[in-house]
Design a protein. Structure first.
Length: 104
């Protein structure tokens, strides 16, 4: 009886992360659809594991609309500052764009 308990826990420790592998990958990659992938991963297991397979494939596919090539706020501000320093933007234009980027 004791050995069954140990094997039972070993199987649970190995299979549980495997069952949620698509969710773990989607969260780690900060996938834009990580919530949908998680829901398909959890509720799709009711369809004989088909949801797990769909979620696993989907977590590796990123949208092509350029969201994975996003420029950070700091990079954008640095670029604007360089344009101001080069005389392309005035101080007022720089301040207006900076305010827009920072959401103010």
């Amino acid at each position: 009886m004791g050995s069954f308990s140990i094997w039972h826990w070993i199987i649970v420790i190995i299979l549980l992360p495997l069952a949620f592998l698509p969710t773990i990958i989607a969260i780690h990659k900060n996938h834009p659809y990580k919530i949908a992938i998680t829901l398909i991963n959890i509720f799709g297991d009711l369809l004989y594991g088909l949801g797990w397979l769909i979620a696993l494939v989907w977590c590796f596919i990123l949208p092509k609309n350029g969201s994975n090539i996003s420029v950070g706020v700091a990079d954008e501000l640095s670029r604007l500052h360089q344009l101001k320093e080069n005389g392309i933007l005035t101080q007022e234009e720089f301040d207006a764009k900076k305010k827009m980027i920072l959401g103010g």
